[in-house]
Ligand binder design. Sequence first.
Ligand SMILES: Nc1ncnc2c1ncn2[C@@H]1O[C@H](COP(=O)(O)OP(=O)(O)OP(=O)(O)O)[C@@H](O)[C@H]1O
Length: 367
Amino acid sequence: ISEPQRPRGMRVMILVNPHSGRGQALQLFTGHVQGMLTEAAIPYTLVITEHQNHARELVRKADLSQWDALVIMSGDGLLFEVINGLMDREDWQEAIQTPLGILPGGSGNALAASVHHYSQSPPAWNEELLLSCGFMLCKGLVGSMDLVSIHLASRQRLFSFLSLAWGFVADVDIESEKYRHVGAIRFLMGTLVRLATLKVYQGRLAYLPVKESDSKTRALLDTLLPGLDQPVPESWTVVREEDFVLVLAIYQSHLAEDLWTAPGAMADDGLIHLFYVTAGISRPALLRLFLAMEKGAHLACGCPHLVYEKVKALRLEPLTPQGMITVDGEMVEEAHFPVLGGSCGEPGQAPPPVPPYIRAAASSEEA
Ligand SMILES: Nc1ncnc2c1ncn2[C@@H]1O[C@H](COP(=O)(O)OP(=O)(O)OP(=O)(O)O)[C@@H](O)[C@H]1O
């Protein structure tokens, strides 16, 4: 994160999803953030999103020269829309350099919790986290952030800043949406419900491990991903097991405000932090992992079913049609044998121009 550098005359578009989280994002904005922006003399334009994909369409067409920053007051889903809207543009190479901000208004708030963590502040939740993110916005603190390019078997191509999940985590995320009104505790409720009906998900997983000798390249990385109809190269590791409880690729430190999932992750480390849990884990052991995750201590549990690898790219091929796949917490496929490939890279280079479903690549983002 760079030195305070708020440019004079900074103009900010703030997109608020009034239905996010417990449905109080607008009240939280007026109660906690508006005054800070006024005191910091930051002019802003408030846009209340009216429907799904409103933000995506807006940023796809916006005159970005009018804005110094686009700020999202919602959960991570609205930022996912904005990033993909920017990447839809013909001028995406420039558009994706627009500084983005996040103000936590959802129930998970993974990126807000991660950015707060990167600022080396002690953990904060709820309104305190909102104040911290509001403060960073007022100071104009900007850093770079990796994007992961995801290529679905349906030929859809997505850009992801947070996570790709399949199995337990994805199911809990989607199934617990109905408890959104209770806030962050929805994940614990969803975890307990899903534990009661614990499932095994069959699939194939392969990844390109990071080697000690790997330099922090800023090169275009879509070449890392073999075509989905091709076998993975020999440099890849093919996971022997095909029975999983969960697969989670995460590229930020937090999966939610109280889930410090990838303790070593940084916004621009150029890494995909890949976790998977193989079948055979007991319900109490799985619950213990999630409880330990609050303090980032799950890897110290000594659980033989939990595997953690730092990777540059991965491929996931579910073999049974049960289980959802989420990208940044949003459901992308209800698995009917999709194949997924994702790769992550450093700032500086970006993928080739659209059409949007060609090869996967990595790019960077200002956050
Ligand atoms: N006015 C609206 N009405 C309905 N849906 C909307 C509206 N504005 C945005 N959305 C959609 O709501 C979805 C969820 O948004 P988001 O993830 O930001 O909040 P959330 O789901 O409450 O957060 P969390 O996942 O942390 O609980 C997004 O896909 C977004 O497109």
